[in-house]
Design a protein around this ligand. Sequence first.
Ligand code: ADP
Ligand code: MG
Length: 417
Amino acid sequence: MRFGIKTLDDAQVKGRTVLCRVDINQPVDREKGTLKSINRIEACVPTIKELSDRGAKVVLLAHQGSDIEYGNYYTTRPHAAVLSRLLGKEVHWIDDVCGPAARAAILKLENGGILLLDNVRFVAEEQTLFEMKLRLTHEQQAKTLLVEKLAPLADLYVCDAFAAAHRDQPSLCGFQQVLPSFMGRLFEKEFCTVSQVMEAPVRPCVFVLGGAKISDAFLMMQTVLDRGVADQILTGGLVGNIFLTALGKEIGQGSVDFIMKSNYGEYIERAKELYGRYGGKIVLPADLAWVTDGERHEAALGGVPADIAAVDVGSETAKIYREAILGAKTVFVNGPMGVFEQAPSEAGTKDVWQALADTQAHTVLGGGDSITATEKYGLTDKMGYICTGGGALIRFLTGEELPVVKALRHGATLCEN
Ligand code: ADP
Ligand code: MG
């Protein structure tokens, strides 16, 4: 048991049928019928292998694609082929989710056998539109078709899908009402790493917050400051620009126009409040960079020309942030320091990311663009921990109990001991 959830160490799985929800949602090449990336499939191999090696009958539940309008719903058939190759043993697959064919295939499994069902989102109840519209409780989710059809065939439920832990759908939150439930190894690693940062960070604990998801960034800041988790927050990107504007620093009218145009005006007030209360802990950029005609320019605050939008932190700021990161014991990172996608505005992100690679501190990094930057600068192996579950991670850090965490804690109470 860790943080109120049972782990696979607590589970007796031999000869038992285990429903295991994984997140192997990958970009798909629809024309070729292949997957463009397999990193999420690789990440859940340890759990599947362990369950199979320990003699469980393993039934995998997974989604592929978001809601229909995104046009990326797809079968999980290619995933089964990839899994078979990674595991070195056949992973059975069936083009059914919880109908008679799926149930017959589950009943046919032998000890150690693995079956991947088709995309759970082919069942309407699993769709995000359904989730958002109906907001079923976990008790109600236990009465959905998927859970009513599959739970009676199973002995245990395992969730290894931390990346989907902010979703409130039957395959993620319903089974824990009726089956003894556990987290898989990937879920355990991701959830315990971030729980550790929130509950007992090794200090000094520094947050690096940049990027452009302003509402998330402000919720996160509020939570980690109110709870005394963060000793220091280094701001960059649009987050930094909003704080500088709030404090009346001269950062170029173009930057302010950009904030207003993006409807982030209300955050200027919030930034003022937060800074008033926690100013000693919030570090703002000392200089900024902008680009004209493809050329990078830098200036201390006050030196950014009017009509210009600042798109990166300056080199002095990067140096100050580097020192803070090198002196920290824990560093949590979300959001780049600037528009790193373009060469003239990448230096701030590149330098700060290099500091993240060089520090002895335990680094935890999450967010799609933050991970892209890490890959771009070839630093993937140098980071302490890269969280695959961006959305879940951010929701977690805003202080909410994630729906799947809540459900797993309930499912732990149904276990034998
Ligand atoms: P993550 O995906 O890591 O969570 P975000 O999505 O919040 O990060 O932010 C990443 C985006 O923010 C990038 O596309 C980057 O270009 C943009 N960005 C960073 N700094 C600025 C800035 N000063 N002005 C406008 N956009 C910025
Ligand atoms: Mg992003």
